[in-house]
Ligand binder design. Structure first.
Ligand code: ZN
Length: 149
């Protein structure tokens, strides 16, 4: 009987899910071959926040094979990538003015993990978003699409 009531409560909560804050977890890995393990990430409908975890599965230091995860609109990708390289290692290759940056992690090296949590308020359903690693010359290989449902 107790189980039955629990299910009813869970069902009632799911019906109202859109009224509550909902953090959705996304995960991606970068390696020593200068690659992300995913070319696409999806933010499901109803997510009010995204918690993205970037794991560097390689062994190389961040000064040599550093990775970060920066989200921008695809239209801004080239501009943001250029500004990121200019910002340099002391800023983790993140543009200082954050112009065009929708979300970003810190820069990490082999064996490290970093996370960023951001609101989905600034994202439009069906919008054209790209994530990149902005370490110099990585963006050409290390990028993918963020799909917002
Ligand atoms: Zn990288």
């Amino acid at each position: 009987m107790k189980l039955f009531y629990t299910s009813v409560i869970v069902a009632a909560l799911s019906l109202n899910a859109t009224a509550f804050a909902k953090t959705c977890d996304l995960a991606i890995e970068g390696n020593d071959q200068m690659k992300f393990n995913k070319s696409e990430l999806t933010v499901e409908a109803g997510c009010t926040e995204v918690k993205l975890t970037l794991k560097h599965t390689g062994k190389m230091k961040k000064e040599i094979m550093g990775h970060n995860w920066l989200l921008t609109s695809t239209a801004d990708k080239a501009t943001v990538t250029k500004a990121a390289e200019k910002a340099g290692p002391k800023n983790g290759y993140i543009p200082v003015d954050k112009k065009g940056v929708l979300a970003n992690t810190t820069l990490i090296g082999g064996g490290e993990t970093t996370t960023v949590t951001f609101s989905t308020k600034g994202l439009k359903k069906g919008g054209d978003y790209t994530y990149v690693c902005t370490f110099p010359s990585h963006a050409a290989l290390m990028h993918g699409k963020l799909i917002v449902k």
